[in-house]
Design a protein around this ligand. Structure first.
Ligand SMILES: Cc1ncc(COP(=O)(O)O)c(C=O)c1O
Length: 349
């Protein structure tokens, strides 16, 4: 879609970043345009990732959080949707780092690689192994892990999409039509979030995050096969609960009624991070305040993400380290693109 004046078209009150990454090139935001007729069906076959970058003020470094896990999931989403891999996950990984560096972010950010069939192919047409385009955008997005309070939630009257309908385990854009119905219903009925059940009546996840309940000191979450995205944050939290808090964690089917009697309920995801749920269907969770396990997990997660827990250093990829110190973003973008043209970094077949 043509957006001729990027700087004059802020989103959520934020000015647009200087650059995005498009199929191997760092491109000035306002120059990344396509013809209007090529949008529409594009989203039907698209897959994407959502990645957070956390700024460490003490180390003067931006850390991409769980970058490799996100790249693995992106590759799996592409495989499932039969997208040709003319741009590899390794190149997208490099693109994320280049883009964050070129935009000179020194704050928390949210990065979104989007992979799509670019030729306006109608979504009902069987498309097998056609080449795809990749777009990466990144924007400032401050962590909310230190915010007080929590969320109200309901159980949605919508069911979660199923593996034999639209597989929820991968991050396909079209899956989010289900999420939109779920979250809109919750909002209309006065709740912050909704928890979705599968066709068997078991708990799956929320519209755009996973769920963990705490009962008698055990952290429990539904298995992926219940109908959830294979969440990177949920995996990370289980590791932190087990190793950091010494808790037992279990993956098993969760009944709706367990939400009403749990000691703690939390939602987790890359953008959501870790958020306490204070009531479900107006049943108070615990004493109606963020519970001790949730608060400890929030603290630990933030310490890990900001690079203050060396044991989890391999979850972080530094963005600025080793990149041409002293050069500005525009110079870096030119250097990246120049290297490509010279063939030293092959981004596109
Ligand atoms: C539907 C859905 N479930 C779960 C999650 C959590 O996944 P992750 O922890 O990998 O971000 C997300 C997104 O972040 C999501 O969109």
């Amino acid at each position: 879609m043509t957006q001729s004046k990027g700087k004059q078209a802020p989103r959520n009150g934020q000015p647009n970043p200087h650059f995005l990454w498009r199929s191997g090139q760092i491109v000035p935001w306002e120059q990344a345009t396509v013809h209007v007729t090529s949008v529409g069906w594009t989203a039907v076959g698209a897959v994407f990732e959502g990645i957070r970058g956390y700024w460490s003020a003490s180390r003067r470094e931006l850390f991409a959080f769980q970058l490799d896990a996100h790249m693995t999931r992106l590759a799996r989403s592409m495989k499932l949707m039969r997208m040709a891999t003319n741009i590899t996950a390794a190149q997208v990984r490099q693109g994320v780092l280049e883009l964050l560096s070129a935009n000179e972010f020194r704050e928390d950010v949210y990065v979104q690689p989007l992979v799509y069939f670019a030729e306006g192919i109608p979504g009902y047409v069987g498309v097998v192994e056609r080449p795809v385009d990749v777009l990466i955008t990144a924007r400032p997005s401050p962590s909310t892990l230190e915010e007080d309070g929590g969320l109200t939630a309901c159980v949605s009257s919508w069911a979660r999409i199923a593996d034999n309908v639209m597989p929820p385990r991968v991050k396909a854009l079209a899956n989010y039509q289900n999420s939109r119905l779920v979250s809109t219903e919750a909002r209309v009925n006065g709740y912050d979030q909704a928890i979705v059940l599968n066709r068997e009546g078991k708990v799956t996840e929320a519209a755009s995050s996973c769920i963990v309940i705490v009962r008698d000191g055990v952290a429990t979450s539904p298995p992926w096969s219940a109908g959830t995205l294979e969440s990177i944050t949920r995996e990370a939290l289980f590791t932190l609960a087990r190793n950091g808090l010494g808790m037992r964690v279990e993956e098993r089917d969760v009944d709706r009624t367990e939400l009403y009697i749990a000691d703690e309920v939390l939602l987790c995801g890359t953008l959501m991070e870790v958020k306490p749920v204070l009531s479900v269907d107006r049943y108070t969770v615990g004493d109606g305040r963020p519970g001790p396990v949730t608060r400890k997990l929030q603290e630990l997660y933030l310490r890990v993400a900001r690079g203050e827990a060396p044991a989890y250093g391999n979850w972080l990829t530094p963005v600025h380290r080793g990149r041409r110190a002293g050069s500005n973003g525009a110079e870096r973008a030119a250097a990246v693109n120049g290297a490509r043209r010279a063939g030293t970094t092959k981004a596109r077949a």
